[in-house]
Design a binder for this molecule. Sequence first.
Ligand code: HEC
Ligand code: HEC
Ligand code: HEC
Ligand code: HEC
Length: 347
Amino acid sequence: MMKYVHRNRVYSYFAGGTLVFAVLAGVFSACLAEESQAERPGGNSKCYVCHPAMKTEELTTNHLGITCDVCHGASTEHMHDEMLMTKPDLLFGRAEVRGMCSKCHEPGGERQVYGRQDHAYPDAVEAFFKKWTGRMRPNGRAVTRDSVCTDCHGTHNISEPLRTQSEGGQPQWVAAFNGRDLTGWQSTAEGSWTVKAGRIIGKPGGNEKGSTLWTEATYDDYLLAMTFKATWPIHAGIWLRSEGSKHSPRIEIIKAKAAFTSSVLVPGKGLALTNLREDLVDYESWNTISVKVEADRIQVWLNGEEIGVVRVAGPAKGKIGLYIDPASKSAELTVREVLVQRLVKPE
Ligand code: HEC
Ligand code: HEC
Ligand code: HEC
Ligand code: HEC
């Protein structure tokens, strides 16, 4: 058994046994006001050195009192292993998440698990559930009846997935496409991009270089989730951070011999990441491409499955562009949603 002190209280925590205590949400919020953000010895700084993205991760920011060590163990060897061969002391597979979280988050009574219906605001959770059911979350996870806590509450891959309204400068998802018109976007080819019935429709147009619909805003590090369908075969894509004529890598929407949607193209160089899994593509209906762009690291998901991570040089900031290649001929790209969340850089 491991003991740790949290806000002048001593909680006991069994690494893999019975429930030790139950803390209700009301108690949490009462305590929250007293929480000091000051870093304490045994705090998270030592882990942030190599995991800076965790500073904005929901699991971490929600748990100011519960540091990395509490969940992952002291992990001394992992921290000092320059070859990075040693894993942290405690890791959790998907099947273990629910039990792990429920050790502390248990509504009491007979329930073993803090399920969807047990939340303090079940209506808000149901609304969230309805909104995301059948679609992939930008963190690459699916929300289903069997979802585990971290599908909804973010993995460490994403910050604050739940809040859609601005709150004290916290990062938030912003709909880059307003569902009505192309406010906030600029097309390189007149007439190629239109809005019909709340969807962006892209066609190749006459431009021999292809046609791109650029965001007016520029982005450096961000998460992106784009939901589309297409008439196949098509060759389209998403430019990630282009600046003037300097092109960033592009996520491909493609059906080639051995490269499918969510492959990553580096202009002039070829594919830096090849998606070989055609079974992940839904040719009949909607697909969601999710991307995390952080410094030179690009991580891509298609319909919730991770395709991979690549590091590629390119502009450090720039515009996001929906692209359609001239070879697409009469094909059509229909875009339902473009969500972007800027990532807050750790100081
Ligand atoms: C010297 C750099 C370094 C430090 C310090 C460090 N890590 Fe890591 N850690 C890494 C690298 C590199 C990876 C593998 C790449 C990745 O998943 O980001 C990793 C992976 C992990 C993983 C995922 C392992 C897996 O296989 O899924 C966890 C969990 C983790 N670290 C926790 C911690 C915790 C907790 C601390 C602080 C106690 C910490 N790390 C400190 C470098 C470090
Ligand atoms: C409340 C418990 C908890 C805390 C606190 C916590 N983790 Fe985790 N961590 C988890 C769980 C559970 C998973 C597996 C999540 C999943 O796959 O759904 C995980 C997964 C990870 C991973 C692998 C997945 C990924 O996204 O790369 C890394 C790395 C990691 N944690 C690092 C850290 C670091 C560093 C800290 C402190 C800044 C930290 N964790 C704090 C519970 C925690
Ligand atoms: C060791 C006990 C412990 C574990 C394990 C734990 N939590 Fe927590 N959690 C807490 C406490 C205590 C708080 C109150 C805030 C704090 O301590 O910083 C909290 C706060 C939260 C909050 C914010 C609550 C609010 O009112 O906004 C969420 C969401 C949350 N936890 C989810 C999770 C998830 C998901 C997991 C599993 C990956 C998990 N917790 C694992 C103890 C824990
Ligand atoms: C279907 C998605 C979903 C799943 C699965 C889920 N949550 Fe939540 N959770 C939410 C949403 C949405 C909110 C915010 C509700 C609101 O707006 O107040 C929330 C709020 C919370 C809170 C703060 C308020 C409260 O109800 O106490 C805690 C703590 C929490 N969740 C823990 C967990 C834990 C632990 C698990 C897994 C055992 C879990 N959640 C599973 C969606 C989910």
